[in-house]
Design a protein around this ligand. Structure first.
Ligand code: SAM
Length: 382
């Protein structure tokens, strides 16, 4: 069945501006199976192909193509080729990178991360659920046959789109590999790892912190230890609650011949409070928590203030590297919270650097929501 929807002037303007996602408030609601293609028309003229999901009120229509005679396989293949060229040629990311970042690569709802020859798909678009083999074939066309493709379509975004969680090998069966960043090696396990296996979004930030040195370094919410390993220092502390992440952290410490370390498997809030009672001090503290605001904004802000506040108490003179990956906490609010906290503690500070998400996580107009990661390198003085 061929679906068609006539849209209004406002939607036409937004489509022309580049908007790729429309909620039910924008476009007439029709009955259709999630993931069907819909011809969007204005004054009976073709505007774009959209993908419909009547169950998902926020992503009711996702724009797929402006070409009326679109060949789906070829379209996806060309988008992957273009995305690869940007990563490998323009920004010079070689073996591992985010290949597809949703609207940024004009494949709304689709994420594909690459770790050498392993590709991990995270999808929340019903159309790609139905046409996963087209994505598989397009990846093979662009990267060759010697690859593995794993799908890890799980999490909140999927739930919100009323799509069932999917975790499976689509092609090949390799699940571990090793990557290198700033001359350090890291073990990747796409089955045990969080997200698609590695926090690719912190790549540029890891290059920056590699310039720092501290005698005592504390990496809080460390996952598999990237920051603590990359920052130069004498003694390194890691705090992480997930046992699986800790097992990868031990592998990474070994891979990089780091011997003077303390790994603490537990709740960061409790452990930092304990350190405070013990009057411990550090030269550099990294706070890279999960999205604290995802469940509840007010509660999340309280957790954010609490963890930053205790971390500040553990630094006399030194550096705090503090991140937020919450879309709902913008940079200005983040800065204002931190500034208030430091002033209350009667400490002086300088913001030395503002962190951002890596260049493969492009943010394109008008999709500002693609921007989420932010952070500060703060020098704390007496
Ligand atoms: C954003 S990730 C950190 C990524 C890491 N900095 C990196 O670049 O690889 C957040 C980590 O915090 C851990 N985590 C979440 N809540 C925690 C808690 N209360 N205490 C300790 N770790 C926690 C998660 O398991 C996850 O590994």
């Amino acid at each position: 069945m061929q679906y068609e929807i006539e849209v209004g002037e406002r939607v036409k303007r937004e489509i022309k501006k580049g908007r790729q996602v429309f909620s039910v408030n924008w476009i007439k609601k029709i009955e259709a199976e999630p993931g069907e293609l819909v011809k969007l028309k204005y004054n009976n003229n073709f505007l774009a192909w959209g993908i419909i999901n009547p169950k998902d009120q926020y992503h009711y229509i996702r724009i797929f193509s402006y070409n009326e005679d679109v060949d789906i396989h070829n379209d996806i293949k060309e988008k992957i080729k273009k995305a690869k060229e940007y990563r490998e040629k323009t920004i010079n990311y070689k073996n591992h990178y985010r290949l597809i970042y949703s609207e940024s690569d004009f494949l709304s709802g689709l994420i594909i991360d690459k770790y050498n020859d392993i590709f991990v798909i995270q999808n929340s678009n019903a159309f790609f659920d139905k046409n996963i083999n087209i994505i598989k074939d397009a990846l093979i066309d662009v990267y060759g046959k010697d690859i593995t493709i794993y799908e890890k379509s799980i999490g909140k975004q999927r739930e919100r789109s009323y799509l069932k969680p999917i975790e499976r090998f689509i092609y090949g069966n390799k699940y571990e590999t090793e990557i290198e960043e700033v001359n350090k090696k890291f073990y990747i396990n796409i089955l045990k790892g969080q997200k698609t296996g590695w926090f690719l979004d912190q790549r540029e930030n890891r290059k920056i912190v590699n310039q720092l040195y501290g005698d005592r370094i504390l990496d809080v919410f460390s996952y598999s230890g990237s920051f603590g390993i990359i920052i130069n220092g004498e003694e390194k502390y890691f705090i992480e609650k997930s046992k699986e992440s800790i097992s990868m952290l031990y592998k990474n410490l070994k891979l990089n011949n780091i011997e003077n370390y303390n790994v603490i498997n537990g709740n960061a809030y409790r452990i930092l409070k304990q350190f405070y009672l013990e009057k411990r001090k550090f030269d550099i503290i990294i706070l890279d928590p999960p999205d604290l605001l995802a469940e509840n904004y007010e509660k999340g802000i309280r957790s954010f203030i609490l963890i930053n506040s205790i971390a500040l108490d553990l630094i006399d003179e030194g550096y705090l590297i503090t991140f937020s990956c919450s879309q709902d906490l913008n940079e200005r609010k983040f800065y204002s919270l931190i500034r208030t906290l430091i002033r209350r503690k009667n400490k002086k500070f300088e913001i030395l650097y503002k962190f951002n998400q890596a260049l493969d996580h492009k943010v394109i107009f008008p999709h500002k929501e693609l921007s989420y990661l932010k952070g500060f390198l703060i020098e704390i003085k007496k």
